[in-house]
Design a protein around this ligand. Structure first.
Ligand code: ZN
Length: 344
């Protein structure tokens, strides 16, 4: 990750990124494609805010609302973005929230403390879902060693993150369907998911295809017990129970300073035990390490580039995120726990 590496003159996406091309001004193809649309971002955000207001009206006035335990299930990692989102849902929108945290075996102590303090001070019910470690270990170590996702997936995240997110999404969706919760909240950073996907009803056919992409390799790697985390046939028989996925950060004002100030009031403290791109997961450093070694670029490149391009992060901040040294100790600890010591 030397400073001599070629990068887009606008969004700093690196030259090693798959299928990237630069024009004579040094702009990448992704920046060229979005240049014309840029002026409409504010307008588009307003459209999605309006859509969400409409969805809220439907949910809050639903004749069966009284029988539903919650309005929204929040996928709550304890990181800064999902903490801020959780606070918005409860305080700003006045929703009845159930928070669900996923324990992948690498949640830092600091993050666990944040999760407890924040859910406590906001007054929301909370579920901690901890899958069997023997199964997770097999899946994560295979995710570090092998490639079993479509090529496109490596542009967005490390294989380890993709595996973890696949389980998180499945567990959240299954829980929401079974408890009849009409929305699932996610706290993606503004660079992780496009505005166009910030309010979307889960489509049973697409969900089925997506789950197969995980269940196939996971079953082969760890056996049939992994099916417990995913939807089964009977869930697809009631498509009307499929919830909306929403991520309010896509259209709500985003500024890291504001977020840190807001969530500090809820008892959230900056975890000193994780790397800068993830404020909650001690497996992240290994995921990054493997990705950079295999593909030659940081798995957060896409996310960081999107934020720089959209002006929510300066070029300097973006470059700083790229140049931070990896946490060697965390990489080694994660390798040891996953039985990957022999790998460089
Ligand atoms: Zn670019």
């Amino acid at each position: 990750m030397g400073s001599t590496e070629k990068r887009c003159s606008v969004c700093i996406l690196p030259g090693a990124f798959p299928n990237i091309s630069f024009d004579e001004q040094g702009r990448c193809n992704h920046c060229r494609n979005t240049a014309d649309k840029k002026a409409d971002v504010a307008k588009e955000k307003a459209v999605y805010r309006g859509k969400f207001t409409g969805l809220l009206e439907t949910v809050l006035n639903h004749p069966g609302r009284g029988d539903r335990p919650y309005d929204i299930l929040m996928a709550y990692s304890g990181g800064k973005d999902s903490t801020y989102t959780l606070s918005l849902l409860k305080r700003e929108f006045g929703l009845r929230v159930l928070a669900l945290s996923f324990d992948n075996g690498f949640v830092s102590q600091a993050a666990m403390g944040n999760i407890r303090r924040v859910t406590g001070s906001l007054g929301v019910d909370h579920i901690l879902f901890s899958p069997r470690w023997d199964l997770l270990k097999k899946i994560f170590s295979a995710s570090a060693r092998r490639e079993f996702y479509p090529r496109k997936a490596i542009e967005r995240a490390s294989n380890i993150c993709t595996s973890c997110m696949g389980i998180v999404k499945a567990v959240c969706l299954k829980t929401a369907i079974e408890m009849d919760i009409p929305m699932i909240g996610f706290g993606w950073s503004p660079g992780q998911a496009p505005l166009q996907s910030s309010i979307m009803k889960n489509n049973p056919a697409l969900v089925k295809a997506a789950q197969r992409a995980f269940l196939g390799p996971f079953t082969e790697i760890a056996g049939g017990d992994v099916k417990a985390w995913f939807l089964s046939e009977r869930h697809y028989d009631e498509p009307e129970r499929f919830p909306y996925n929403i991520h309010p950060m896509a259209w709500e004002y985003y500024n890291e300073e504001t977020i840190f100030r807001e969530i500090a009031n809820l008892g959230w403290t900056f975890p000193a035990d994780t790397d800068s791109n993830s404020t909650n997961c001690l497996l992240n450093a290994l995921g990054n390490h493997v990705h950079v070694k295999k593909y030659g670029f940081n798995p957060y490149a896409w996310e960081i580039a999107n934020m720089v391009r959209d002006g929510v992060m300066t070029r300097e901040e973006g470059l700083r995120k790229f140049s931070e040294p990896e946490n060697r100790e965390q990489v080694e600890t994660a390798k040891r726990r996953l039985g990957l010591e022999e790998e460089s």
